[in-house]
Design a protein around this ligand. Sequence first.
Ligand SMILES: NC(=O)c1ccc[n+]([C@@H]2O[C@H](COP(=O)([O-])OP(=O)(O)OC[C@H]3O[C@@H](n4cnc5c(N)ncnc54)[C@H](OP(=O)(O)O)[C@@H]3O)[C@@H](O)[C@H]2O)c1
Length: 303
Amino acid sequence: MIKRVLITGANAGLGKETAKQLAAHPEVEEIYLGCRNIDKALAAKSELERITGKSVFRIIQIDVCDHSSIRAAVQTLDRSIDALIMNAGGTGGKSFDRINSDGVTEIFAVNLLGHSLLTQELLKAGKLTKIAIYAGSEAARGVKEMGMKRPDLPTSSEAEFAAICDGSFFGKSQDATVPYGSIKYMGALWMSAMARQHPQIKFITMSPGATTGTEGFNTLPIFKQYMMKGMMQVMLWLGKVHKVEVGAGRYIEGLFNKELKSGIFYASKKGLTGAISDQSTLFSDLSNEAYQDNAYRAIQRFL
Ligand SMILES: NC(=O)c1ccc[n+]([C@@H]2O[C@H](COP(=O)([O-])OP(=O)(O)OC[C@H]3O[C@@H](n4cnc5c(N)ncnc54)[C@H](OP(=O)(O)O)[C@@H]3O)[C@@H](O)[C@H]2O)c1
């Protein structure tokens, strides 16, 4: 039974829609909305209560780019959670490649470093009991339709992964979509390493798939924003992307589908929508245990 779930980035987009869908599950008793901004969290909570007619939502203030905020959030949790949905993330804002005080880029911090620390702290405190879902992306295995290449790591060594963390791997790029795919790839590898280290917990990387109706592109430069939003709208008409209800539905499937296996990265079998499959059948590096451990160890350097 999954009774208590924490979702990061729950005040908008996929996170908020997931909270809404979870409230309809009779076994779910408490949904923790992990948000960095209290005003946005309060607005999301009252909207969710109004739409669902349920009072199962609690707010946990958490900024996944701030380690002290993460540690405080874990302490604040008065009971253990059964499930964690690591959803906060995206293209990292206007200064996505700025190095923060932990020595990693903003885009790495929001998508991966903070969630690694959060999972580690929850496990240390005995406050995560059943399942962790990480928001993956098809960008981790390349997306021809969007002009995104598959991450190309010559050796997949620990040093190479560390260079993804601090951004040095990418040189001077003005395009957040370049590091994004490699970071999501590294996230999937990290999850697989965690699955082997903690066999009592299920670790599933799940891509919501190409999802319209979220705020995901809002921090891109204005030209890129219009280009991406326009392209998504056309792709929605063509049936090549889906709405937020479908994207959030994938997280829900990750939580409740007992057929899905720990340590596997699930995303669209083909393209960016439709049926899901184990992505290592499309990109075999994902199932390489040495690469998984290298990604894990590189992250540990920054924690
Ligand atoms: N949409 C897609 O097509 C798609 C496809 C594949 C994967 N994904 C992944 O799905 C996840 C959600 O994407 P989305 O499209 O729903 O994005 P979104 O609408 O922009 O929502 C992102 C959420 O993350 C929160 N957030 C950002 N930085 C944070 C931080 N430092 N600490 C805590 N919360 C933070 C945002 O809060 P604020 O309002 O405070 O900024 C917001 O609630 C991301 O990990 C994304 O990479 C999305």
